[in-house]
Design a binder for this molecule. Structure first.
Ligand code: ZN
Length: 269
């Protein structure tokens, strides 16, 4: 913990905290989940700094890591679509996303670093919103992407425990919204607060890239989805990032399609 944060912790008698939220209204395009069937499949994803080859894809896990570059790739490919992995049910993307960000308090001892975390996440969301339809909501029940302010738990990789600043966790679920059942990806994005604002933004940009469907890593350090980041934090999308997203969102998928209309009794028609 930084000394400044330790000092601020002495301000224990804080007033009731106000909070800042991503959005204080809930647009009709993001209806609340009314029911859910147990998830059929759970996935985990390794953090963004993974090194080494991707282990074989297990039936119930999706592991993003650095794959070995095919020999003789010069000039480099214009995108990194070949490094992405679909889920067993297809590409985990939606036509549009609803996103919830954990609110930050405006007052009290934690306001400084919570505000910093929130601003960094917002900046990363703004970047992805520039190329994809993302609606921010104030209720997590309306979201498919949930960004939480907490450090990811240690993760065992190649027999060693590794710490990371960010992680994206994907699960697939059948969810009912406005009486329509859909298959949706749900992604929890964990962003640890103990970083500079710039590093937070780079971490959030990378993990949100997984959340919108980029389940894999680039081998170029300048890309937001780089397996091994370059010397400077990546705060914007490269042309390769944009091309890869463009390709991904042209692929067919079953996610997000309405499956059935419910009768009043609740049975499927
Ligand atoms: Zn990653």
């Amino acid at each position: 913990m930084r000394p400044l944060l330790v000092a601020l912790a002495f301000f224990a008698l804080a007033p009731a905290p106000a909070s800042i939220r991503a959005q204080d209204r809930n647009p009709p395009s993001c209806p609340r989940a009314e029911a859910e069937q147990p998830p059929s499949t759970a996935f985990t994803l390794t953090p963004g700094v993974a090194a080494g080859p991707i282990p074989p894809l297990a039936p119930l896990s999706l592991l993003g890591g650095a794959e070995s570059q095919p020999a003789g790739t010069d000039p480099p490919p214009a995108d990194y679509r070949h490094r992405l992995r679909p889920t067993p049910l297809g590409w985990a993307r939606l036509p549009s996303w609803c996103l919830w960000v954990e609110p930050a308090t405006l007052t009290g001892p934690s306001a400084l670093w919570e505000g910093r975390w929130f601003r960094a996440v917002q900046a990363a969301v703004d970047t992805w919103s520039g190329i994809l339809p993302i609606t921010r909501v104030s209720e997590p029940e309306r979201a498919q992407i949930l960004v939480e302010r907490r450090r990811p738990p240690l993760q065992a990789t190649d027999g060693r425990w590794r710490a990371s600043h960010g992680r994206a966790l994907l699960r697939l679920r059948h969810v009912q919204r406005e009486q329509l059942w859909r298959l949706e990806p749900e992604v929890r994005v964990l962003i640890g607060p103990g970083q500079s604002e710039t590093a937070l933004q780079a971490t959030a940009l990378h993990e949100l890239g997984h959340a919108i469907g980029l389940w894999g890593h680039s081998d170029h350090g300048d890309d937001a989805m780089a397996a091994t980041p370059g010397p400077r934090p990546t705060l914007s999308l490269s042309e390769r990032d944009r091309r890869t997203v463009r390709w991904l969102y042209q692929q067919p998928t079953i996610f997000g399609r309405a499956e059935a209309v419910l009768s009043p009794a609740g049975s499927r028609q």
